[in-house]
Design a protein. Structure first.
Length: 331
């Protein structure tokens, strides 16, 4: 099957539909787009009209897609559906593959998504504004999240990666604590890209092959996690590239290597939401109103969580709910 190049995808709020055979509309066939869409929509308790309004398509579009009459032709529409349906990475891949709108990107991220991630919406939006594939800056610049140890730099970068992975042609995660971790990560990337043959053991050759790939391809996302020795990145990056680079580091003086965004400790509400979700007292999609209701029904747990957030200064790594939960309540 022929796929359109990613750079040809135009983002807008309406979609041109592509007719498909009726035989693909079987709701028992969970590889079909319509069946998947219906399952994900009903799980979120959304009507077809509600989902259509949220995505910005005609009110009849969802029904026609679910019936199997048409497919959305644009990847951007599928990603909007995934966003409002709150799909995880595997579910987004299923929906994209079933829609035939774009190939699955190359993926080398060894960490799972954090189901308890909370807050950081302004930072995530700022990153996307700079690193999104449609941003000119993403072709020539890199960005760094810097802040104290334990402030949540890695988890924020990981959340950005999972939210926006399908906008990129490839996503590579480099563990950058030491030179050895960097080399190990690059070898994993080279294997994914089929740049290293089984008998190839020359690490310098493999690193050079990855450099050439980065220099000759575009719209990739490269994350350097826990980078402290800035020379490590400079040794690996090609002289010119057309991708997006996201760095997490405690370094504040990055010079011309990257523009920086400071990640501060969580505010009171963000910290409270994180602790209460981590303690399974609130669900992942819980709201501020639900948190206020919990304060009325479980005042002791709420007060203990508030005390913990204040005492630990809003550092996510330190906010372990097992330190305050009553005996017998699961963590």
């Amino acid at each position: 099957m022929h796929y359109r190049p990613l750079h040809s995808i135009v983002h807008n709020t309406y979609t041109v539909e592509m007719e498909i055979p009726k035989r693909m509309a079987n709701e028992n066939d969970f590889s079909s787009f319509g069946a998947l869409l219906k399952v994900f929509r009903t799980r979120r308790h959304l009507t077809q009209q509600q989902l259509a309004a949220a995505v910005g398509v005609h009110r009849n579009a969802i029904g026609r897609w679910e019936q199997g009459d048409f497919l959305p032709k644009q990847k951007s529409i599928v990603l909007e559906l995934a966003k409002h349906l709150r799909l995880d990475g595997q579910e987004v891949r299923q929906l994209l593959d079933a829609s035939f709108t774009a190939p699955t990107p190359l993926w080398s991220v060894p960490l799972p998504r954090n189901p308890f991630f909370s807050g950081r919406e302004e930072i995530l939006e700022a990153l996307h504004a700079q690193l999104g594939v449609n941003q000119v800056a993403a072709l020539t610049q890199s960005y760094a999240l810097h802040g104290l140890g334990g402030v949540g730099k890695t988890q924020t970068a990981l959340e950005y990666t999972y939210r926006h992975a399908w906008e990129y042609s490839a996503v590579f995660w480099i563990g950058a604590e030491t030179a050895e971790r960097v080399v190990s990560s690059i070898l994993r990337v080279a294997e994914l890209l089929h740049l290293s043959k089984g008998q190839e053991t020359d690490q310098q050759f493999i690193v050079a092959a990855v450099q050439r790939w980065l220099a000759t391809h575009s719209q990739w996302l490269l994350i350097w996690d826990n980078l402290e020795d800035l020379e490590l990145l400079q040794r690996v990056l090609p002289l010119a590239w057309q991708g997006a680079i996201l760095i997490t580091t405690r370094c504040q003086a990055l010079g011309t290597l990257a523009q920086d965004l400071e990640l501060s400790p969580m505010g009171r509400e963000e910290g409270m939401m994180f602790v209460l979700r981590r303690a399974k007292l609130l669900g992942r999609d819980s709201t501020s109103e639900q948190m206020r209701q919990l304060a009325q029904h479980l005042p002791n747990e709420y007060a203990a969580a508030e005390k913990l957030v204040t005492a630990l200064g809003g550092l996510p790594l330190a906010l372990d709910p097992r330190t305050f939960l009553p005996a017998g309540r699961p963590a």
